[in-house]
Structure formats: structure tokens, C-alpha cells
Design a protein around this ligand. Structure first.
Ligand code: NAD
Length: 498
């Protein structure tokens, strides 16, 4: 959650163009299976209909991407990154329009929408350095014999993305995939189809050849058709753990390269020596930002020893959040009702509901999907609030006596995306860094997203497959290497290798 105050839209907004697929540079409108109706989470206004791509349309898109691959993979990498320089500029020039589009279809605040775009731009910048990153290696392995390696793209790559970051998560994938020489089909969440198309328009304006970047709108059925299509070489997925696990299993069974990032339940450990004001603001920002719909959101706070002053301050900061202004909406009424269910059950349990977000007032947006900041204290490990990915603005507090107990609780989580500690003691922080069972660790940072070139990726049920989705690892994911051993000398052999 940004500390900058940015209100959600109050002006009537222009009609959106019909939801389209983007195949081989053409907008394809109104084709697909039974349409899904969309409403803005901000105020419930109708947005449009998504026609999920069926097997026929999936096949058309894969063929278009295969056709484009022939030229694209043969285009030198220095030329392949040129459209990305222009794309970065276009995203920056259109950042307000894009942010408002994201807000409208996803419900987060414009400041949050912009922050996601800025992180996406960082990956685009990283991808423009691809010529410097794929130079390969060479070594004289024996007298007169050289070995060298070079990277090749995989072919048609698919990116399947969740609703919560309509631009950022796709931008983790396609800039790197296409800079590596692959062609790409993005299958955004059926809940946020518009941003993907707008990104496709900007890529086309950047000079990316038709068919290198395609968009297929759709749901589960579209994913199932894509993951088994013989023309697809690689699948990157980001979404919930159950789906990530099944997409990984299905795709790898078909011989495809798959990296599937899943859900999370992130633990923040607070030591009694932590600065109350900084910690409280940071924890609330982590737990309530994007209305808690972030895979990096703080979800369980483990308070070690006497943290009452810090918890009091967390309650104060959480109560001051203005829903509909500082904090945006929940993606759907179904998701909102699910989150409210968790709060209802907490209210009638022995846990202490310190901040109750069940009925926030958001004047003028009564038909929007809102849940206010919620803080549940005295949760015990093993209870649903401590274990389930609630994916809403709900912070559960578990109280323990020692850091070892906190580490044990954190380590038992089946997930492993992020974990953070708040302390002023370096040795305590270092101990936590080494022991925490997660791929991304924060010290006095509640959303420890690594910046490029450090890759984004969790452990355990937060990631199926090998490596990170961004950073250096991503290059290994999007390419295959060829090793050449060659000898040009005609001299007599001087070793077994020669
Ligand atoms: P989701 O799993 O419901 O959907 C993700 C994608 O999979 C969508 O494109 C959707 O159309 C498709 N899909 C949904 N059900 C499917 C099924 N049964 N078979 C095949 N495809 C299916 O996730 P969501 O609700 O859109 O997003 C929220 C989830 O994403 C949370 O669990 C969150 O933690 C996770 N997430 C993880 C990361 C990360 O980096 N680890 C980042 C963002 C979001």
C-alpha cells in the first residue's frame, strides 16, 4: 500500500473496447466459448465479456507464434532487444492511462497499479541487456581443442498469469522470453483481460513483429489446451499453488519446460527491540497493500516476547487506513465473501479480533468489493488464519516466547515465498536470514521483492520447477545451450582429447 494518497476513480470512465484475443498481430473479437461477464471491482460497473479461447483458437495462436518464431529466432539478439527499448518508453509515456486501466479492472489504487508497472519496466530494462548476458563461454579444453557454448531459444513459450498484477507478472515473463528469441502467448487471468491487450498494442507500436507476442483470453479450459499443445515448448505459470502444481505436472509430462510459481503464506517475525513506528507502518503496508492480494503480502505476524507496544501501533495504523482511498478493492464478490468468511469465523472463535474489516463504508462505491484492514490476535499455529492463504487484508498474529519457536512455525509452512524479520540486532537478523524456509527474505522490509538481476522466486509449494522467473535464472529457463567442441589443428594428437 502506498503512503501517497490516491483516490480510486470517481469520474465516469470511457467505454472499453471489446475484450480481444491478439493473434499474429490481429485483434480477434467475440470468438471463443461461453462468455464470462466482467464487472469493475471498484464500483461494480459492467466492463465487458471475455470469450475463453477454445482448442481451435489456441491452435491458431500457436501456429501464428510458430510462424513468427522462424524469423525471430534468426534475428540477432542486438536487434531483438530494440523494440524493448521503445516499449519501455511507451509504457512510461502511457503510465497514467495504464495505471487507471489496471485500477479499473483489478481494483487496486492507481499508485499501486503504477508501482507494479514500474517493477515491470525494471524487467524490461534488464531484458534489454540480453546481448551482454548471453555471450556464452569458451575454453581451450585440450591442446588445439576449443569448447564453447551458445544459447538458443526454445520456440513458442506460454505465460499464464494471475489477476493480482495484470501488467507486472506478464512483464516478468515476456520481455525476457522474447529477448531470448522465443515467441510468446500470454494467457492473462480471465478477471483482468484488458491490460494484456493494451501491452500487446504498445509492443506492436514498439516495432515488435506480428506473432512474436500474442494474447489468448481464457480460463481453465484455455490453459488445459495450451499446456498440452504439441507446438508449445515452454510454460511459465504464476497463480495459486494447486493450479501451479497441476500445470507443472501436466506440462512436464508432455515434455515441456515448466516453471510454475504458486501461492504463499508469508511470515513476519517481530522482535521486541524492533522500532514500533517503522515496524507498524511497514507491517500494515505489507499486509494491507493491494488489499492483501499479493503473493508477497505479510500474512502471519509472529510476535516474539513482549511486542505489545508494536502491536498497539499496528492496530492504530491499520484503523487509519481509508478503504477506497489508501486501499483498493477485492477482485470479485466471491473472493470478498471468502475473506469475510475467515473474519466471521475469527469473530466467533477464541482469537481476538483487534481490527474488524467486515463492513467498510466506501461512499459512492457501495457496489464495489471492499474489505477493510483486519487484525486477528492470539491465533495459534495450525488454525486456519495461520495456515490458509486468505489473500485479503487480514493479518494474523501468533505470539511466541523465542525466536526459535518463531522459526519452527515459519519452517513448518508448506509455502516458502517470503519471510521477514523486524529487529535492530544484526546477529538476530543474520540468524533468521540463514534459517528461514523461504526464497525471499526481508530484514526490516515487509515486501522483500528482489530487484534485478536478483531473480524472483520462492521455495516449496510457492514454486514448482527449477530457478527463478526473473533475474539470471530466467535466461536459463528461456533458452537451451549447445556445446561445441572443435579442433582446427591438423597436428598429431597430444592427449586423449585431441
Ligand atoms: P489462479 O490459480 O486462480 O489463476 C491463475 C491462472 O490460472 C489464471 O490465468 C487462470 O485463468 C488459470 N487457472 C485457474 N484455475 C485453473 C485450473 N484449474 N486449471 C488451469 N488453469 C487455471 O490464481 P489467481 O486467483 O488468479 O491469483 C492469485 C494466486 O496467485 C494467489 O495464490 C497468489 O499467491 C498467486 N500469485 C503468486 C505469485 C508468485 O510469484 N508466487 C505472484 C502473484 C500471484
Amino acid at each position: 500500500m502506498s503512503t501517497a494518497i490516491q483516490t480510486l476513480e470517481t469520474e465516469p470512465l470511457p467505454q472499453l473496447a471489446p475484450v480481444a484475443h491478439l493473434i499474429g498481430g490481429e485483434r480477434v473479437v467475440g470468438r471463443g466459448s461461453r462468455p464470462l461477464e466482467l464487472h469493475s471491482p471498484v464500483d461494480g460497473t459492467p466492463l465487458g465479456s471475455v470469450y475463453p479461447a477454445d482448442e481451435v483458437i489456441v491452435d491458431e495462436a500457436v501456429r501464428a507464434a510458430q510462424a513468427a518464431f522462424v524469423r525471430w529466432q534468426a534475428t540477432p539478439v542486438k536487434e531483438r532487444v530494440q523494440p524493448l527499448f521503445r516499449f519501455k518508453q511507451l509504457v512510461e509515456q502511457n503510465i497514467d492511462e495504464l495505471s487507471h486501466l489496471i485500477t479499473r479492472e483489478n481494483g487496486k489504487t492507481p499508485a499501486e497499479s503504477e508501482a507494479g508497472l514500474r517493477k515491470g519496466i525494471e524487467v524490461v530494462e534488464y531484458a534489454t541487456s540480453m546481448p551482454q548476458m548471453v555471450t556464452g563461454e569458451v575454453l581451450e579444453v585440450s591442446a588445439g581443442v576449443d569448447c564453447y557454448s551458445r544459447r538458443y531459444p526454445l520456440g513458442v513459450a506460454v505465460g499464464i498469469t494471475p489477476f493480482n498484477f495484470p501488467a507486472m507478472v506478464p512483464m516478468w515473463m515476456f520481455p525476457l522470453a522474447i529477448a531470448c528469441g522465443n515467441t510468446f502467448i500470454l494467457k492473462p487471468s480471465e478477471q483482468v483481460p484488458y491490460t494484456a491487450i493494451r501491452l500487446g498494442e504498445l509492443l506492436a507500436e514498439s516495432g515488435l513483429p506480428p506473432g512474436v507476442f500474442n494474447v489468448l483470453q481464457g480460463d481453465r479450459s484455455t490453459v488445459e489446451a495450451l499446456v498440452v499443445h504439441p507446438g508449445v515448448a515452454a510454460v511459465a505459470f504464476v497463480g495459486s499453488s494447486a493450479v501451479a502444481r497441476s500445470v507443472h505436472a501436466r506440462g512436464t509430462a508432455e515434455g515441456k519446460r515448466v516453471l510454475a510459481l504458486g501461492g504463499a503464506k508469508n511470515h513476519l517475525v517481530v522482535m521486541p527491540d524492533a522500532d514500533p513506528e517503522i515496524t507498524a507502518r511497514n507491517v500494515v503496508s505489507s499486509a494491507m497493500g493491494c488489499a492483501g492480494q499479493r503473493c508477497m503480502a505479510a500474512s502471519v505476524l509472529i510476535a516474539v516476547g513482549d511486542c505489545d507496544p508494536i502491536i498497539d501501533r499496528i492496530v492504530g495504523v491499520a484503523r487509519a487506513v481509508r478503504v477506497g482511498q489508501d486501499m483498493g478493492a477485492i477482485i470479485s464478490t466471491k473472493a470478498r465473501d471468502r475473506i469475510v468468511g475467515y473474519i466471521e469465523r475469527a469473530a466467533s472463535s477464541r482469537a481476538a479480533l483487534l481490527v474488524d474489516g467486515r463492513s467498510p463504508k466506501v461512499p459512492g462505491k457501495e457496489a464495489g468489493n471492499y474489505v477493510g484492514p483486519t487484525v486477528i490476535d492470539r491465533v495459534t499455529p495450525g488454525e486456519e488464519w495461520a495456515c490458509d492463504e486468505i489473500f485479503g487484508p487480514v493479518l494474523s498474529i501468533v505470539r511466541v516466547k523465542t525466536l526459535e519457536e518463531a522459526l519452527e512455525i515459519e519452517g513448518r509452512s508448506p509455502y516458502g515465498n517470503a519471510a521477514s524479520i523486524y529487529t535492530r540486532d544484526g546477529a538476530t537478523a543474520a540468524h533468521f536470514e540463514h534459517r528461514a524456509n523461504a526464497g525471499m527474505i526481508g530484514v526490516n522490509i515487509g515486501v522483500p521483492v528482489p530487484r534485478e538481476p536478483f531473480g524472483f522466486g520462492g521455495w516449496n509449494a510457492s514454486r514448482f520447477g527449477v530457478g527463478d522467473i526473473t533475474g539470471r535464472d530466467s535466461i536459463s529457463f528461456w533458452t537451451k545451450t549447445k556445446k561445441v567442441t572443435r579442433k582446427w589443428t591438423a597436428s598429431a594428437a597430444r592427449s586423449w582429447m585431441s
